[in-house]
Design a protein around this ligand. Structure first.
Ligand SMILES: Cc1cc2nc3c(=O)[nH]c(=O)nc-3n(C[C@H](O)[C@H](O)[C@H](O)COP(=O)(O)OP(=O)(O)OC[C@H]3O[C@@H](n4cnc5c(N)ncnc54)[C@H](O)[C@@H]3O)c2cc1C
Length: 479
């Protein structure tokens, strides 16, 4: 088959211009035979790729998912902790995650969805504080009554702001101080920001905290009690196993350990996907992996990317998962006000998850969000383990060696883009240039954090727009 490698060649070959893609789809000479089973490749087996594969496979299509890793799930994948497997990084579902919950129901896992009361703690000035009821809030010793009134006002007011664009122009620190005062900031908000972003919060805009407050505020209006958090029994592995089984039942499939090396547009219709020294032909390709991979495996024939001179900085995460014989913390999140700890928060997943899920053990995560030039990336797991464990022992001096079952250091290099000032103006605008090629990834989230509810919403929105186009065959006879 003839390959097209040059953009001009594609444009010359197309019967009409592709700038207005939906118009182009309608007008192009497509194979619109309803009896035809369209072959669709999906690149990336994270939640975006697998939720999409599930939806696309319900159409008149055959889907193949390509995943470079040895297991499905991407950032939501599982880890072998010895006697049990659980999420590699901590994941919870909140009651307002409607799209994600719908997906879980849709794939028949509603009965495996569990909800538990979640508790939040603050560690400030070497003391643990519980902040889980109005009474505890009133008794919280670090803020006076006037600070508390201002804190409630900040949450109430922030939850009602709709125009997030205005918030992009001010730093989260300035906005929170303006709303609630300096003391509220240092004693309440700063530990929370440190837990999520490390020192990098100083460059982040107020949109970051706005999304957080809105989630909190929405939860109050939700029928499921606001302080409950959920998980699927067996962790995200259960979700990915089910998605994979459902695909197989529909004649679709997943290829693990398969890194897609290139995607090439063919002159006589469809695209070629190259992997592991093989070449396979598809009618449509949907790409869900990160942008830097997109730029590596495709040519500008297929997509257009508009970048500003400011590049997007990503935070990665280094995370100690500590498996113990006894519970370490009653809190799901312990926000760290003590800047000297090597981690930026303590996530007590076992305060939510039934001990049967973790073979009678308790699992606690100690994450640190760091930029791409942080020294931790060059350090061995052993060195990081030593640093983090000394922080754990400072925090929990009663912990003895016999209590520890195992320790695991996991890393993810690119997790969360730093939503700096005017972030929406600097995110690269990616546009597909061909109606048989689609791009769908988290880099396009402008006013939200990277979370799985948003991922499923993104997939649902995409399907509403293009489901019909996917069932059509490839564009043919470009010449
Ligand atoms: C520490 C941490 C905590 C989190 N907590 C929560 C939480 O509590 N709740 C929540 O909702 N979300 C949480 N998230 C976010 C959640 O993990 C992400 O929303 C989700 O994983 C994004 O899915 P994705 O498919 O878009 O990307 P990814 O998971 O990154 O998937 C992309 C996939 O593409 C594959 N790939 C890359 N290149 C190629 C190639 N050339 N060929 C084939 N495949 C390729 C990768 O291997 C990867 O599997 C958390 C994330 C982290 C790191």
């Amino acid at each position: 088959m003839k390959q097209i490698t040059d953009l001009k060649e594609v444009k010359d070959n197309l019967p009409i211009k592709t700038e207005n893609m939906s118009g182009a789809i309608a007008d192009l000479n497509q194979n619109d035979n309803p009896g035809k089973n369209t072959r669709v490749a999906i690149i990336g087996g994270g939640l975006m790729g697998m939720a999409l594969a599930h939806r696309v496979s319900e159409l008149n299509t055959t889907v193949k998912v390509f995943e470079s890793g040895s297991q499905l799930g991407g950032l939501s994948t599982h880890h072998d902790y010895g006697d049990f497997s659980w999420d590699k990084f901590y994941h919870v579902i909140v009651p307002t995650d409607g799209s994600l919950i719908n997906l879980i129901k849709d794939i028949g896992l509603e009965e495996k969805l569990r909800w538990s009361r979640s508790y939040t703690g603050y560690y400030v000035d070497k003391k643990f504080h519980s902040l889980n009821s109005p009474k505890e809030f009133l008794l919280f010793p670090l803020l006076n009554i006037w600070d508390k009134v201002r804190l409630v006002f900040t949450i109430f007011y922030g939850g009602r702001i709709n125009d997030w664009k205005k918030l992009e122009r001010t730093t989260v620190k300035d906005w929170l101080i303006k709303m609630g005062g300096k003391k509220n900031f240092t004693k309440f908000w700063e530990p929370l920001l440190l837990a999520k972003l490390g020192e990098n919060y100083k460059r982040v805009s107020a949109v970051f905290i706005w999304t957080y407050i809105r989630r909190l505020f929405k939860a109050r209006e939700h029928p499921v009690e606001k302080d409950y958090m959920g998980y699927v029994s067996g962790g995200y592995k259960t979700v990915f196993d089910r998605l994979k089984d459902l695909l197989a039942k529909k004649g679709s499939s997943v290829m693990l350990n398969t890194s897609v090396e290139s995607i090439v547009l063919l002159a006589d219709g469809g695209l070629e996907v190259r992997y592991n020294d093989k070449i396979e032909h598809f009618d449509k390709v949907i790409f869900t992996a990160p942008i830097n991979i997109l730029e590596k495996v495709t040519s500008p024939t297929l997509f257009e990317i508009k970048k500003t001179d400011k590049s997007i900085e990503y935070l990665g995460v280094v995370c100690l998962a500590l498996v113990t014989r006894k519970p370490l913390t009653p809190f799901y999140v312990l926000n760290m006000g003590d800047v000297n700890t090597p981690f930026t928060g303590v996530i007590g997943i076992s305060s939510l998850v039934d001990q049967e899920e973790t073979a009678g053990n308790y699992i606690t995560y100690f994450p640190k969000y760091i930029p791409s030039d942080h020294e931790y990336w060059d350090m061995s797991d052993e060195a990081i383990r030593e640093i983090f464990m000394s922080g754990v022992r400072n925090l929990y001096p009663d912990l003895v060696d016999d209590d520890i079952v195992s320790t695991h250091i996991n890393r993810a290099y690119k997790v969360q883009p730093l939503q700096v000032l005017n972030y929406s103006g600097i995110i690269p605008k990616i546009k597909t240039k061909h109606p048989d090629f689609f791009i769908l990834n988290t880099s396009q989230f402008v006013n939200d954090s990277v979370n799985n509810n948003r991922v499923v919403q993104h997939v649902d929105g995409f399907m509403e727009q293009v489901a019909k186009e996917l069932e059509k065959g490839p564009i043919t006879n470009l010449r």
